[in-house]
Design a protein around this ligand. Structure first.
Ligand code: PMP
Ligand code: GLN
Length: 407
């Protein structure tokens, strides 16, 4: 294997997916919906196939989809978006991130990210020779407060080498939704570094709880031209396996991303793009007595968040305190035990969260994901007693978990 990939052969997804399969555990770990996508999504795919949307398409995105995105995100961002120059459709937000890294990073460039952060960011930064600079959120002191950001620490991370500020709200894994006030403070710092490109990973944009509002960093101040904002149809329509996402933002960054895309995949999957264009249109309509599909979706996840909270608060099998989740696919719990009861074989020189999750799968057939995996070396201690539960599973999975964890 190349030197580039040598240090990136392990992923938590491989370890924990295999453990789940081996022990036939309830999978509240990896973040993919295990329920059927809505009927309108299936119908949209059938329509796209029948309409022969089956061949290679434009590299930056199938015209029908980019036009729909321009319309909908134009309203969202309250600006005119050019479908041909301000949008790039990719194989998921994951490939969008990869194209951004390939297109922008030279060896030695620094990328500031806020921990905890999705694990895919790090190899994508490192492979072209970039250096991740990880600033951690500070954990909440109780179970009703959000994670907070230390703006002085964030500000001191910027240097002349900073190329990209990579930012995620709603956050995977902790479910923090950044407030307007926080975004304005971040924007003030960014105003001092006008050459830094802003990448806002907003794949969970529509999943926000308790009537909170998702706000895009790119909409604050004058950041638009040097920002790209990512979303993912996988999360919006419960079709993570379609791997279709998009970046919307400044035309120079989009153009450069597409240069990378030309040589990686040339274009994204046309039939999925056609189907998703129809879905985006459909989703704006009233759905199941909700004003639109996304409001319905949010309600589903909010209910599941309540289920997990209930299970953790009432469990007499594990001592895990549910922390506040304001949005996204996940809720994080804090392990209140010291883990002395966990047999050595689960520890394998890793932190408590890893040992706890391996033990929980084998001993109780319930899976969660250890959160230290989402922190850089300097910040690992913030995650070493935290485990992440997915909100995106069928209700029956929570019923089963409840039977196991409340005796
Ligand atoms: N960013 C975050 C924060 C995610 O949780 C995910 C989900 N895997 C992605 C990006 C990648 O999304 P996609 O499946 O569209 O590539
Ligand atoms: N984003 C999802 C998660 O965090 C899926 C991760 C993956 O499959 N790579 O669980």
């Amino acid at each position: 294997i190349s030197n580039n990939l040598e240090n990136f052969q392990y992923t938590i997804w491989n370890e924990f997916t295999q453990l789940v399969l081996k022990h036939q555990a309830i999978n509240l770990g990896q973040g993919f919906p295990n329920f059927s996508c809505p009927q309108f999504v299936k119908d949209a795919l059938t329509d796209a196939v029948n309409n022969n949307e089956n061949q290679y398409s434009r590299s930056a995105g199938f015209p029908m989809l980019v036009e729909e995105i321009a319309k909908i995100y134009g309203i969202k961002h309250n600006r005119k978006i050019d479908p041909m120059t301000e949008i790039a459709v990719c194989y998921g937000a994951g490939e969008a991130l990869c194209n951004i890294a390939m297109a922008l990073i030279n060896p030695g460039d620094e990328v500031i990210i806020i921990d905890p952060s999705f694990d895919i960011y790090i190899p994508q930064i490192c492979i072209p020779g970039g250096i991740p600079i990880r600033v951690s959120l500070e954990p909440p002191i109780d179970n009703i407060s959000p994670w907070t950001i230390n703006f002085d620490k964030l500000e001191s991370a910027f240097t002349n080498k900073t190329k990209i500020f990579l930012f995620n709200t709603p956050n995977n894994p902790v479910g923090k939704v950044f407030t307007r006030e926080e975004l304005e403070k971040i924007a003030q710092i960014l105003e001092k570094w006008p050459n830094v490109v802003i990448v806002a990973d907003e794949v969970y944009e529509h999943i926000v709880f308790d009537g909170k509002e998702h706000i895009s960093l790119a909409d604050i101040g004058n950041l638009w031209e040097r920002s790209v904002t990512l979303s993912s149809a996988g999360k919006l329509f419960s079709i993570t396996g379609w791997k279709t996402g998009w970046a919307v933002g400044g035309p120079i960054i989009i153009k450069n991303m597409v240069v990378s895309k030309l040589w990686i995949s040339f274009c994204s999957n046309t039939v999925c793009q056609g189907a998703i264009a129809r879905c985006l249109r459909f989703a704006e309509n009233e759905y199941e007595d909700f004003p639109n599909y996304y409001k319905w979706l949010c309600k589903q996840y909010e209910e599941k968040r309540e289920r997990i909270k209930y299970i953790l608060n009432n469990s007499n099998v594990i001592k895990v305190q549910p922390l506040l989740s304001e949005g996204g696919f996940f809720l994080v719990g804090r392990i209140l035990d010291d883990g002395d009861f966990i047999p050595e074989k689960f520890k394998n020189e890793t932190s408590l969260d890893f040992a706890f999750c391996r033990w929980l799968i084998e001993e109780h057939k319930v899976s969660a994901i250890p959160c230290s995996a989402f922190f850089g070396e300097n910040n690992k201690h913030f995650g070493s007693n935290l485990i992440r539960f997915a909100l995106c599973k069928e209700l029956s999975e929570y019923d089963k978990a409840e039977k196991i964890l409340i005796r």
